[in-house]
Design a protein around this ligand. Sequence first.
Ligand code: PGA
Length: 248
Amino acid sequence: MRQMIIAGNWKMNKTITEAKVLVSELKEELNGAEAEVVFCPSTLVVSSVKEELKGTDIKIGAQNMYFEESGAFTGETSPLMLKDLGVNYVILGHSERRNIFGESNELINKKVVKAFETEITPILCVGESLEVRKSGKEVSFVSEQIEKCLVEVKDEQVKNMVIAYEPIWAIGTGETATSEQAEDMCKEIRNLIEKLYNTDTASTVRIQYGGSVKPANAKEILSMPNIDGALVGGAALKKDFIDIVKAI
Ligand code: PGA
């Protein structure tokens, strides 16, 4: 039985002061939820949020990291620094990282491998653009992303990771994939994991949907058999996040 996981990707929002207010609005209601709940604030805000979450079972995730531990990599964040902060998860390969900052599948693969080595659980994001979906090639596109990002990742590691399917055309646009579209792709991803690894790994790995998840559509999306949670952007910055977690 896979435990649902709802992660809030705060992106580049919330100063420390604002983050403390948000955490105080959310934490009582979310502590002890049936789903695993993860807050992913900006790296600069992680330690303050962690402090505010003391005594709750809410986990902390980062939004990115580099694959080297230290050295001359100006502006990057070391996995060891994240580990030291007590981070449980790290979002890797988000479409904004891929499209705005030019991250390739090869780079993301190095980060995924390093995350496991550091014992931080990766939330690997994949998803197609509107152009790819219109051409009907979304399954092969997403499959290629997964295969390339999982090079040298072992089945025991895949069992523990999270894959987030986020169609780019549904991120921050208010346009959600239908629950059938989301379920179809998450099922394809699970089948691919079975092909690349084995049945046990495929039935254990958790697959989230992300892209304009809100209280109004959460229940339907989260009731799909191959969807094990959500990666939430805009709605994670307000009390709506409570309703999404409680939609399960
Ligand atoms: P959104 O973002 O919920 O605002 O569409 C999701 C994401 O980018 O993870």
